[in-house]
Design a protein around this ligand. Structure first.
Ligand code: HEC
Length: 91
C-alpha cells in the first residue's frame, strides 16, 4: 500500500455528512469554480477517492502547494470525508 493509503481508506470508510460538506465547500468554490481557471483545477465531480487522496497528500505535505497545504491542514478527517462526498462522484 502506498504511504498515506491507510489514512485515505480510513476517511473513505467514514459516514460523510453531506450537509456539512456543502457548508464547508463554500470555502472552496471561490477558487474552484465550475469552469477550471488558470492553474486551478475543477474539483466538482472528481471521484470522491481522488479528492480525499489529494487533500490527505496536501495535509501531510506529500503533495506540495502552499495554498492547498494551508487549507488541508485545517481539515480533520470528518471534514475531508464530508467535502469529498459533497463535491465528488461516489466511486
Ligand atoms: C485560494 C484558492 C483555493 C481555495 C480557496 C481552495 N483551493 Fe483547492 N486548489 C487550488 C489550486 C491553485 C490547486 C492546484 C494546486 C496544485 O497544483 O497542486 C488546488 C488543488 C486542489 C485539489 C487537487 C485537484 C486535482 O485535480 O488534483 C483538490 C482536491 C482541492 N484543491 C480541493 C479543495 C477543497 C476541498 C477546498 C476547500 C476546502 C479548496 N480546494 C480550496 C486553489 C484553491
Amino acid at each position: 500500500m502506498t504511504p498515506g493509503g491507510d489514512e485515505i481508506a480510513g476517511i473513505l470508510a467514514l459516514e460523510p455528512d453531506l450537509g456539512y460538506g456543502a457548508y464547508l465547500a463554500s470555502d472552496c468554490t471561490s477558487c474552484h469554480a465550475d469552469a477550471a481557471a488558470e492553474g486551478i483545477p475543477r474539483i466538482r465531480d472528481l471521484p470522491a477517492g481522488t479528492i480525499v487522496a489529494a487533500l490527505v497528500d496536501y495535509r501531510r505535505g506529500a503533495r506540495q502547494h502552499q495554498v492547498m497545504e494551508t487549507i488541508a491542514r485545517r481539515l480533520g478527517d470528518e471534514e475531508i470525508a464530508a467535502l469529498a462526498a459533497f463535491l465528488g462522484e461516489a466511486d
